[in-house]
Design a protein around this ligand. Structure first.
Ligand SMILES: [Zn+2]
Length: 314
């Protein structure tokens, strides 16, 4: 079974090429996955828009209504970073539905990834920082509501702190939120996760991997996790316009490999979302996001060989 990948062409809401949010990374990521042989018909699932009932698990009903009907106040649109018209609204619903589907596929196949998602600045009452709906918080709450999971871990390695996810899930003992991020990055006012690691500017590969190596075993002792949501934001990269942590391509690959390997060898399903990445060189940015899928694909094959019920090798 190839790595299960969730996608939709309308993840790309068609912004102008010079927009601060590099919307064209979504189709370019799909191109990158195709050229790597990762996007065959048996690998791809199509996202469907998240219904209002799911969105309201994580967000205030009036905010959900405003986004779905494209009536978001200008002040909030400014905090999000773009106006919420029909294409952006649909995109937010699709990306959220995509993460729910990827989570269900991860529970079934061990690992799955969405080619969008990781909108971690969206709080309960409103969006912010290029994030409209918090797809990971919605997906976690859908799985819990359905009884598909009881203990959920969110590992957020995007360079920005996961303030929205922390806001939504703060009082929920069934979900542990962990964010490792650049201390001096957005948001200025951080909302405490269950566990936060703030890194100084210029943290390179070695120091970054060292911190991650130290923290992963601790996360595994907190509970028996039914699934981990992994925000694999690539804005930790040295060439990212908004990042400050100076990771290389090899550092990104080592990070993804360490994270996925840690949980998969313990039998914990992993749902990957792409998170942030900001660069004017969008093909290079798409290639950086593709690293998550390359690494995850190795573990999808490994599941078939080792962990799947009835697998030959045990
Ligand atoms: Zn980010």
């Amino acid at each position: 079974m190839p790595l299960q990948i969730v996608h939709h062409p309308d993840y790309d809401a068609g912004f102008a090429v010079n927009h601060r949010f590099p919307m064209s990374k979504y189709p370019l990521l799909m191109e990158a996955l195709r050229s790597r042989g990762l996007a065959g018909p048996d690998a791809l699932s199509t996202a469907e828009p998240a219904p209002v009932s799911w969105l309201e698990l994580a967000h205030a009903a009036d905010y959900v209504d405003q986004v779905v009907n494209c009536r978001v106040a200008e002040k909030i649109e400014r905090e999000i970073g773009f106006p919420i018209g029909p294409r952006v609204s649909l995109r937010a619903q699709l990306a959220t539905g995509g993460t729910v589907l990827a989570a269900r596929l991860a529970l079934r196949h061990g690992i799955a990834c969405n080619t969008a998602g990781g909108s971690h600045h969206a709080r309960r009452a409103q969006g912010a920082g290029f994030c409209t709906f918090n797809d990971v918080a919605v997906a976690a709450l859908v799985l819990l509501a359905e009884g598909a999971a009881r203990n959920i871990l969110v590992v957020d390695l995007d360079v920005h702190q996961g303030d929205g996810t922390a806001d939504i899930l703060a009082d929920d003992p069934r979900v542990l939120t962990f964010s490792m991020h650049g201390d001096r990055n957005y948001p200025v006012r951080k909302i405490a996760s269950d566990l936060d690691v703030a890194l100084p500017d210029g943290t390179g590969d070695a120091a970054y991997i060292e911190r991650l190596t130290a923290i992963l075993p601790e996360l595994s002792t907190r509970a028996h996790w039914d699934i981990v949501f992994y925000n694999a934001g690539v804005d930790v990269h040295a060439e990212d316009r908004l990042g400050r942590l100076s990771l290389s391509d090899d550092g990104l690959r080592a990070r993804d490999d360490m994270l996925i390997s840690h949980f998969r060898t313990r039998g914990v399903p992993v749902c990957g979302v792409i998170g942030g990445g900001y660069s004017t060189d969008v093909p290079a940015l798409a290639a950086r996001h593709a690293i998550l899928f390359e690494v995850a694909a190795g573990y999808a094959r490994w599941y078939d060989l080792v962990q799947k019920p009835g697998a030959r090798v045990r």
